[in-house]
Design a protein around this ligand. Structure first.
Ligand SMILES: [Mn+2]
Length: 440
């Protein structure tokens, strides 16, 4: 794609038009008519009424030159007449956002860009879900308890898009309170959230990122009381609850599937919605590094980036926003790590005393294991963390050779093949011995 009209005009006015009447101009939007015969060019200019009048006169006399330069540099079938209009709406917040959204909508997507197709059966359920959504008098949306980036991103993207369409939405999850965790507090749309207790059975209910209805927690019953329950998920283990099942295990994340739904609804993917969905993609794929990443995933990411996602800002919020005390926790766990043999695994622990000394909660220690596991000598990593009640909460990670899900299950826990957890009573030494035996 070549330069946009807006970029070309901005540069020409700044560099090439030498008319002293023209002040400091910013082109805010270019709105061509559908037949491209005319384009309205909105601009702002610094200064008072007199300077604005002078600038307008200067732009008008430069119009023939600007028009022919645009024709030379932007490949267009027809060369539009240019009409300069002072953008005198208050330039702040919402207004700028909507202008940016407008620019992205009219100029940004590469011509002929489409989302990859879905399997026919998934597509059928998706179209059925859209019918229900479009006919709904109210929509309740819920994700799973202790929501992750994909659950939150999918939930908020749906809420924002449906709210924009004027459909009453109540997005929530089983939480006390329902509030964005610190890591995700940048996500747009949180003002739409309702508390778990305030949620009423809606006309149509959407469950997102829930492999089972139980994952809805206290909301399960109320969600099932809706006239129709739509199950939107990507887990292979999904129990297929609900009347309409938009389940696609080839999607990396629920967000990837929600994007398909919104795009097929003809919903405008605003920068806010794109931010929510991109967060779902990037977190559920371990920053596009896990086996669930497909060409479809990158196509979805590409689609979202074209709609205004600020990748660097999201990455910093998600991955470089630890509290300083996290470094101390990490330091303690790394310093204490041992490389066990017979069987080989990396082992470390964090006691309740450690947490108290550093001043962190269990939640603050969630990501420690990701650093602990990143060594070449071992397939399996185990981290034991002492909870407030004195029990040891164990986490396993495997790089693929060991099914730690099965090992965790044998210990009374559960999880996936490569990431699982369990709980053990008793002193640290006996917990370690139990883990060693289970792995051996
Ligand atoms: Mn997910």
């Amino acid at each position: 794609m070549g330069e946009s009209i807006r970029e070309v005009l901005g540069e020409l006015i700044q560099r090439r038009v030498k008319d002293p009447r023209i002040g400091f101009v910013t082109i805010t939007a270019v709105r061509p008519t559908p037949d491209l015969s005319k384009a309205q060019v909105f601009y702002t200019v610094l200064g008072d009424e007199r300077e604005r009048t002078a600038t307008q006169a200067g732009l008008e006399s430069a119009t023939p030159f600007l028009r022919s330069e645009v024709g030379r540099r932007v490949r267009l079938k027809t060369l539009p007449e240019l009409e300069f209009l002072l953008d005198d709406a208050p330039v702040k917040g919402q207004h700028v956002d909507s202008i940016i959204a407008e620019i992205h909508r009219t100029e940004s997507p590469a011509p002929g860009f489409h989302l990859p197709p879905l399997a026919p059966d998934v597509e059928n359920h998706l179209m059925r879900a859209i019918e229900l959504i479009e006919g709904a008098s109210s929509i309740g949306i819920a994700c799973h308890v202790a929501p992750d980036g994909d659950a939150l991103g999918s939930l908020l993207a749906l809420a924002l898009a449906l709210n924009e369409r004027g459909i009453p939405v109540t997005p929530t999850w089983d939480g006390d309170p329902v509030a964005l965790p610190a890591q995700y507090d940048f996500l747009p749309g949180s003002d739409l959230l309702v508390q778990t207790n305030d949620f009423r059975p809606p006309d149509v209910a959407l469950a997102v990122d829930c492999a089972t209805a139980e994952r809805l927690g206290r909301l399960e019953e109320r969600m099932k009381k809706a006239k129709a329950l739509v199950n939107i998920d990507h887990h292979a283990s999904n129990t297929k609850f609900g009347a309409v099942k938009v389940i696609d295990e080839t999607s990396s994340s629920s967000a990837e599937l929600v994007l398909q739904l919104l795009a097929k609804m003809g919903a405008e993917i605003t920068p806010d919605i794109a931010t929510c969905l991109y967060t779902g993609l990037v977190t559920d794929t371990g920053r596009f590094a896990y086996a669930n990443v497909t060409p479809k995933t990158h196509a979805a990411a590409s689609f979202l980036i074209q709609r205004g996602v600020k990748i660097d800002e999201i990455s910093q919020k998600l991955y470089e926003s630890y509290r300083f005390s996290y470094l101390k926790v990490l330091g303690r766990v790394l310093d204490r790590a041992t490389l066990e043999s017979d069987p080989t695994f990396v082992l470390s622990y964090l006691s309740k005393k450690d947490r108290e000394a550093i001043g962190v909660t269990m939640d603050d220690t969630d990501d420690v294991i990701d650093t602990l596991r990143a060594v070449r000598e071992s397939d399996v990593t185990c981290l034991l963390k002492e909870r407030d009640d004195g029990k040891w909460k164990g986490s396993f990670r495997s790089k693929g050779a060991t099914n730690v899900g099965a090992v965790a299950k044998a210990l009374g826990g559960g999880g996936h093949d490569l990431a699982a957890g369990f709980e053990l009573d008793g002193p640290l030494e006996s917990a370690i011995e139990t883990v060693r035996k289970a792995l051996g």
